[in-house]
Design a protein around this ligand. Structure first.
Ligand code: AMP
Ligand code: ZN
Length: 116
């Protein structure tokens, strides 16, 4: 995907503050953090959104969730807790069209999921 920002980060064409990486995923700090820990976990395969997850690419999704545990340990929020968010489409607030999971923690996030 030529014009995809996150594909460019995966290829090293755009820099990032890397937290963890393996064959399937890359985890890096969000450029505009909304919590003390705000890390994006992305598959190293261009999947545009949650709507595009299929049986064929599901290995990457499995690897994202396995990697989240690693990133959580690295970030020292295993005990204190955290939230994982995946925005999809316009109403979901998705801005970057490469599937990504926001890992938020390092403070009490409260129980509200949506602002009224
Ligand atoms: P979303 O609204 O779910 O599509 O989230 C996209 C996220 O990507 C936002 O939280 C941005 O702050 C973050 N972001 C955009 N560009 C970069 C970048 N170059 N490096 C790190 N995070 C970025
Ligand atoms: Zn991409």
């Amino acid at each position: 995907m030529e014009n995809c920002l996150f594909c460019k980060i995966i290829k090293g064409e755009v820099g990032c503050e890397k937290v963890y990486e393996n064959e399937y995923i890359l985890a890096f700090k969000d450029i505009h953090p909304v919590a003390p820990v705000h890390i994006l976990i992305i598959p190293k395969l261009h999947i545009s959104s949650m709507n595009d997850i299929t049986y064929e690419n599901s290995e990457y999704i499995k690897q994202v969730y396995i990697a989240i545990r690693e990133v959580v340990r690295i970030s020292c929020i295993y005990e204190s807790g955290y939230r994982v968010i995946c925005n999809c489409g316009e109403d979901g607030g998705q801005v970057v069209a490469h599937l990504h999971f926001h890992l938020l923690g390092g403070k009490h996030l409260g129980s509200k999921i949506v602002h009224e």
